[in-house]
Design a protein around this ligand. Structure first.
Ligand SMILES: Cc1cc2nc3c(=O)[nH]c(=O)nc-3n(C[C@H](O)[C@H](O)[C@H](O)COP(=O)(O)O)c2cc1C
Length: 218
């Protein structure tokens, strides 16, 4: 059977029961339903080491440098993908360290950039971030913009992926938080049972909606 192509879903969260992992699963199954062969790269469960090392450090005088075996296996997964969807919690207006380290080590010079014919050109990429703040928070547009600049412009566009976007799912805390008149953070009880399921389901719908729109899925 002909498939719609290959999708690489990159998940960056330490807790298997987290909202982020749930969204990664929902995105993967929506892409599979649309006919993609889905490769789920769960960085924590694969014990990915995000620390840069000598083997994976770019050599500016050698764009054909042979990177570590692990990095080459990740690069192969990227090359095999037609669409790439990293799913992550927003940390400090950015990505968590494990995802940052994956970009640092795997998206290396000579592989992801530094060639007149970029190897990743023609792929489509949607970054899906989950942010604790609400969409109405005055910081949220700034945060979205910062993430867009770092990831879409600084990584995807820089590496020749012209069709790239960033979506942020706001209000991702399953333990509701409010700030009182004195500016004190009030942390509510964690959502449980049916309430938690409904919360996860809402986010799942929002995430798959973004995926459907971005990749024009039927
Ligand atoms: C280290 C750290 C940094 C965070 N930075 C931000 C941030 O800059 N903006 C934001 O909206 N939320 C931030 N958050 C909240 C997370 O985005 C939120 O907890 C997460 O998306 C909830 O989903 P999860 O249950 O899958 O972790 C941060 C959380 C942590 C632990």
């Amino acid at each position: 059977m002909q498939t719609a192509g290959t999708a690489l879903v990159v998940v960056a969260h330490h807790r298997p029961d987290s909202l982020t992992v749930h969204i990664g699963e929902r995105v993967a199954s929506r892409l599979a339903e649309a006919g993609f062969e889905v490769d789920v790269l769960d960085l924590h469960r694969e014990h990915f080491d995000p620390r840069m090392n000598v083997e994976d450090q770019p050599d500016w005088s050698d764009r054909d440098k042979v990177y570590s075996e692990l990095t080459r296996s990740h690069q192969d997964r990227l090359l095999a993908a037609d669409v790439i969807v990293p799913v992550f919690p927003v940390y400090w207006f950015s990505v968590p360290a494990i995802l940052k380290g994956w970009i640092d080590r795997v998206w290396g010079y000579g592989f992801a950039y530094g060639r007149s014919q970029p190897r990743l050109a023609g792929k489509r990429m949607l970054w899906l971030g989950l942010a604790g703040t609400s969409a109405e928070d005055p910081m949220s547009p700034k945060m979205h913009q910062a993430i867009e600049e770092q990831l879409r412009d600084g990584v995807s566009y820089f590496c020749g992926i012209a069709e790239a976007g960033v979506e942020v799912l706001f209000g991702s805390e399953a333990q509701p938080q409010t700030v009182d008149e004195q500016g004190t953070l009030i942390v509510g009880e964690p959502l449980e049972g049916a309430e938690r399921e409904a919360f996860y389901a809402d986010f799942g719908r929002e995430a798959t909606g973004h995926v459907e729109k971005f990749f024009s899925l039927s």
